[in-house]
Design a protein around this ligand. Structure first.
Ligand code: NAI
Ligand code: OAA
Length: 337
């Protein structure tokens, strides 16, 4: 039997044998995109999902509904009522809607287009799924998450425990890159990455991984590759977009963690960009660090732990940029409500 048949056979068996403990509707906004399509596929293969609601302004991945797992899939029209129905009753709303980078662009260069897309989708979520966990993938995450907060606040439904910037890809990359240096299994490499999700705001804490032998130039190269892993992909795709498959996997992993926590599993920890007390005294309202997830979303925000002098310098540079990125999102909503 081919590897693919074996793999999908296993997924299917799991899907049919594990009975869902509760109804979990997951909505994907931007479902027809480079991330949206594989992300929707992974959600369709997840036995914890009972309803999968797909929305995009262009035609979506219609054949996902033919996959023989139990969940019910529905694609919605790109109309206000379609979006309302898509969101109604959703436990998780994944947002990969928006434009990706081209070579030479920073994530911040996407702001002008993606800020209004995310703002308008956040308004719809506030109206139709005010209690949902909102998982923002659209870049620049450091600004689009604060945009969501401002919209939810303006509508009186902001719950800081349920708004997440998805930074899982940084952690996925970090464990893969460290494992390729060390010749280890990436599944066993849990590298903490804190801060935000662009360039120097991405701060990998290699000292906490136990790999104290990665130092000097080797460490600098590794840190730079984690911080600019997204650029590596943008360059390789040469105008055809940015990371899609690895991002879909990372988004699906984060959504799965939230579902595990909401379905009663304890000690579910994921790094994510949330409304965080850690650096509010420095004017930084959002920060990614390890977060224990619970049935109500954020359960506990962990601090960054012990840092080397080198990591402290990286963190200082991160906080400076992050503050500006967050302020930019807040200002956008104040001026363009
Ligand atoms: N957080 C992260 O780690 C990562 C974030 N990204 C970001 O994810 C976003 C999406 O990337 P791709 O999927 O590659 O782009 P894409 O262009 O392939 O797909 C985006 C989709 O969003 C849809 N869309 C646009 N406006 C919409 C609206 N108002 N409502 C619903 N759907 C809408 C488009 O029709 C398209 O299908 C980009 O902003 C990219 O920078 C990409 C990789 C990693
Ligand atoms: O680099 C980009 O534009 C997409 C992204 O966020 C990533 O791959 O980490």
């Amino acid at each position: 039997m081919s590897f693919a048949r074996q793999m999908f056979g296993q997924v299917q068996r799991r899907a049919f044998t594990q009975s869902a403990r509760q109804n979990s509707k997951v909505a994907v906004l931007g479902a027809a995109g480079g991330i949206g399509q594989p992300l929707s596929l992974l959600m369709k293969l997840n036995p914890r999902v009972t309803n999968l609601a797909l929305y995009d302004i262009r035609l979506g991945p219609a054949d996902i509904s033919h996959i023989n797992t139990k969940s019910v899939v529905k694609g919605y029209d790109p109309t206000p009522s379609g979006l309302r129905e898509c969101l109604s009753g959703a436990e998780i709303v994944l947002i990969p809607a928006g434009v990706p980078r081209k070579p030479g662009m920073t994530r911040d260069d996407l702001f002008n287009t993606n800020a209004s897309i995310v703002r308008d989708l956040a308004k719809a979520v506030a109206d139709s799924a005010p209690n949902a966990n909102i998982l923002v993938i659209s870049n620049p995450v450091n600004s689009t998450v604060p945009i969501c907060r401002e919209i939810l606040k303006s509508k009186g439904v902001y719950n800081p425990k349920r708004l997440f910037g998805v930074t899982t890809l940084d952690v996925v990359r970090a464990s893969r890159f460290v494992s390729s240096i060390k010749g280890t299994d990436p599944a066993n490499e849990n590298i903490t990455v804190v801060g935000g999700h662009s360039g120097v705001t991405i701060v990998p804490l290699i000292s906490q991984s136990g790999h104290t032998d990665i130092t000097g130039e080797k460490l600098d190269t590794l840190v730079n590759r984690i911080q600019f892993g997204g650029d590596e992909v943008v360059k390789a795709k040469d105008g055809a977009g940015s990371a899609t498959l690895s991002m879909a996997m990372a988004g699906a992993r984060f959504a799965e963690s939230l579902l595990r926590a909401s379905q009663g599993e304890s000690n579910v920890v994921e790094p994510t960009f949330v409304d965080s007390p850690l650096y509010k005294n420095k004017g930084v309202d959002f920060f990614a660090s390890k977060v224990t997830l619970g049935p109500d979303g954020v359960q506990e925000i962990h601090d960054v732990g012990k840092l080397t002098d080198h990591e402290q310098k990286l963190l200082d540079a991160c906080l400076e940029d992050l503050k500006k990125n967050i302020e930019k999102g807040v200002k956008f909503v104040a001026e363009n409500p």
